[in-house]
Design a protein around this ligand. Sequence first.
Ligand code: ADE
Ligand code: ZN
Length: 349
Amino acid sequence: MFKVPPLAPQRLQKLLRAMPKAELHIHIEGSLEPELIFALAQRNGVPLPYASVEALRQAYAFTNLQSFLDIYYAGASVLLHEQDFYDMARAYLARAAIDNVAHAEIFFDPQTHTARGVAMETVINGLHRACEDAHAELGISATLILCFLRHLSEESAFEALEQAQPLRDKIVGVGLDSSEVGHPPEKFARVFARCRELGLHLVAHAGEEGPPAYIWSALDVLKVERIDHGVQAVHDAALMQRLAQDRIPLTVCPLSNQKLCVFPDLKDHNLRQLLDAGLCATVHSDDPAYFGGYINENFTQVFAATAMTARHAYQLAFNSFEASFASQADKRVWEHRLKETFERFAEHD
Ligand code: ADE
Ligand code: ZN
């Protein structure tokens, strides 16, 4: 591994923003800023239970995951047409490029849209076209991961998969999200087995609020390649060993964990502990429009709160490329750019 020089705190904060990185945990519906929610509500004639952008923002005071999800699904109800999905994803990708995101693997929740009568192809075609345009116009690489809502049934997940099959080439994998506690990974064993047969990459949210047992079953029953969040793993030493040994990536979202009260304060976040235990942790934004910051804000705030070093920064960015589903050739290009950025910062320190 490249020997990372130490940096003064202010210089490190600048480097965190400048370094290339991959965004592997972003729910596209969680990138809907209140202004865009109101603009789309007006465009589509969808009534909102909030009088203004400010009133909506004021409702963003969450006590746990469910208190957030209720507002998040209400916000997503303004999305009706292909152009709406395009506009949302195109806006996100423009914002991500500013944070030096080289590659994004974007989660989307189709069941929350199909339940309102929106066709699967409307959702996927809008998002996919935005990914293609952003690549052509901004140079950012972007792919899509279809997430099943775990509070819904196995039957509903199979129905979503069936609807997505004709658009198989426009998604790189599947995930599992929404209300975690009471909806263990096992509930979706057969759907994930089918997705594996189809050659889709597999990820799942586990150990955000739920117990380490959910991380074990995401790995051993669903056979996922990455765990989203996974911060509860620290309560199980054998699990920590497994995650380290198999280099299973944990896509960690510090500001989300703070806003949903997973940790009492950002200074109590266990990201540094995960890295220092040899796990392949990465940093991401989850639902940036709701949690007060995009990926760079997650990096700078968690580093400031937990006194991590330039070595941690390099490791996190490197891990994000390694953990991605991009080609080996793309990974090597981004990792080379990462090393160059660190060398440039060290020379001018
Ligand atoms: N959907 C959007 N954000 C989520 C989160 N943090 N956990 C589970 N499901 C989600
Ligand atoms: Zn998430």
